[in-house]
Design a protein. Structure first.
Length: 193
């Protein structure tokens, strides 16, 4: 698939089949992530691949985080909500948790380390699309919760930056409108005053 075709046709696909994803495709997606740029070649990413029952600890942690906001998590209504949170980890057959593990490089800025991992995530989304998979990048407050850091054994400034849910698409998505680049771009040149 041509890179421009991949960029223009990729969509966030949240509804995927539960069919297993071949390991070689997962390997290609991870390899694409490691090809992202990083200042000072720090490569500050770490990936966790969750499949089958390996997704359950994520589901439990999502439920624990949600329970913290409830006055009484033991009510029948809240128990159903917590079950829904737990089942989020089973929406796709593969989840890749992407973390930033900032390097010790003295010139590496934290924002640039995060930017490198975000670039890796975009590479992985494009690779998944090129391989015929549907993918969606999920973030939100639970990603940055201390319980999530603890689940993945992250310490210090390391943190989860998102979850990539991967599988074979169970839906199609139309092109979403975008603001034309002309409205988001200023050209500065030697004639600029």
């Amino acid at each position: 698939m041509d890179i421009f075709e991949a960029i223009h046709s990729r969509r966030s696909i949240g509804k995927v089949k539960q069919d297993p994803v071949e390991k070689e495709k997962i390997h290609k997606i991870l390899e694409a992530g490691t090809r992202a740029p990083s200042h000072y070649k720090t490569e500050p990413w770490k990936f966790f691949v969750l499949t089958e029952e390996g997704r359950r600890p994520l589901g439990r942690t999502l439920a624990e985080i949600a329970a913290e906001k409830m006055d009484d998590p033991t009510t029948e209504e809240n128990q159903l909500l917590l079950q829904g949170q737990e089942m989020k980890a089973f929406r796709a057959p593969v989840i890749i948790a992407a973390a930033v593990v900032p390097s010790e490089h003295p010139k590496a800025l934290p924002v640039e380390e995060i930017g490198a991992v975000n670039s890796a995530i975009q590479n992985m989304l494009l690779a998944a699309h090129a391989l015929g998979l549907g993918a969606i990048w999920r973030t939100g407050a639970p990603c940055y919760h201390p319980k999530m850091k603890n689940l993945f054994g992250l310490e210090g400034d390391a943190q989860i930056l998102g979850f990539l849910y991967l599988g074979y698409p169970n839906t199609t998505k139309e092109e979403s409108p975008r603001i034309p680049f002309e409205e988001k771009t200023e050209w500065w040149s030697e004639d600029f005053e």
